[in-house]
Ligand binder design. Structure first.
Ligand code: PAF
Length: 275
């Protein structure tokens, strides 16, 4: 695996690389990222991973500073998984001047769910991903469905700009007890880690209820919120939405997803399950 820290080096190295598949990450890699890499290998000749902790998508007071930077261990994992090139720029390389031009996702996507609780988050994500696309110029890119709303925003961005990149979803990878893998799981204490799979369990119960025909979505959401609160969580939302656009479903809509974000101690976890 070749490691590039500059845009010029990366572009030169990829000039004749064939069909390039990009796996953008913020590092601190876990088996979910490695599953994306394995999937990426089936979609092209050359797998490029990127590692960049993107300040633009964090709000003041969020975990930008403490986000784990584990480049050496990440390189080892990516090499073993068969990545061909790693693009790992520093901030001065990717943002040499303040980023005044940004991608502004539409409010109906950017201001709901995650966007309601993390204003500006999807602007930061879309902007850095467009930059990564411009550096790597892949033919395909993979994004995990664990960040369901992010996947939707980026797919729409690519479609509306006519960017010639295939956006491919990766399934959420879970620990044996159901907890969705996330770099932020590392923030959990032992006790919190034992409690954390209950987020998945609560969402699974909502899915079961909908599959059995319960259409009182509001009651299901409120029931899930109450159960999490009773267990000591601070939920931001539990929401049943249409998969296609994450808008509110009516009783005759099919193709739903239940999404949640909740804080356990000081750690904010997100998860979702398709119905
Ligand atoms: O999902 C992530 O890790 C990040 O949001 C991404 C897509 C790498 C952009 O910084």
């Amino acid at each position: 695996m070749l490691i590039h820290h500059t845009i010029a080096e990366t572009r030169a190295a990829l000039a004749n690389a064939g069909r390039i598949v990009l796996v953008p990450t913020m590092g601190n890699l876990h088996d979910g990222h490695i599953a994306l890499v394995r999937q990426a290998r089936k979609h092209g000749d050359c797998v490029v991973a990127s590692i960049f902790v993107n300040r633009l998508q964090f709000r003041p007071g969020e975990d930008f500073e403490k986000y784990p930077r584990t480049l050496e261990a990440d390189c080892e994992r990516l090499r073993t998984a068969g990545v061909n090139h790693l693009f790992a720029p520093d901030e001065n390389e990717l943002y040499p001047v303040p980023q005044r031009y940004v991608i502004e996702p539409p409010p109906e996507h950017a201001n709901i769910l995650e966007g309601e609780f993390r204003p500006g988050h999807f602007r930061g994500v879309a902007t850095v991903v467009m930059k990564l696309f411009s550096v790597v110029q892949p033919q395909a890119a993979l994004f995990g469905k664990k960040d369901y709303q992010q996947f939707m925003v980026l797919s729409d961005m690519v479609r509306e700009f006519g960017v010639p990149i295939e956006v491919i979803p990766g399934e959420t990878i879970r620990a044996d007890d159901g907890l969705a893998l996330s770099s932020r799981n590392g923030y959990l204490s032992e006790q919190e880690r034992a409690e954390a799979p209950n987020l998945f369990r609560v969402l699974s119960n909502v899915v079961d209820a909908v599959r059995k025909g319960n259409k009182d979505y509001y009651a299901l959401e409120q029931g899930a919120v109450s159960e999490l609160q009773a267990r000591g969580w601070t939920p931001d939302y539990v929401a049943l939405r249409k998969k296609v656009d994450l808008q509110l479903p009516s009783a005759h809509d099919s193709g739903l997803v239940v999404l949640a974000a909740a804080r356990l101690g000081s750690t904010r976890l997100i998860d979702n399950l398709e119905v």
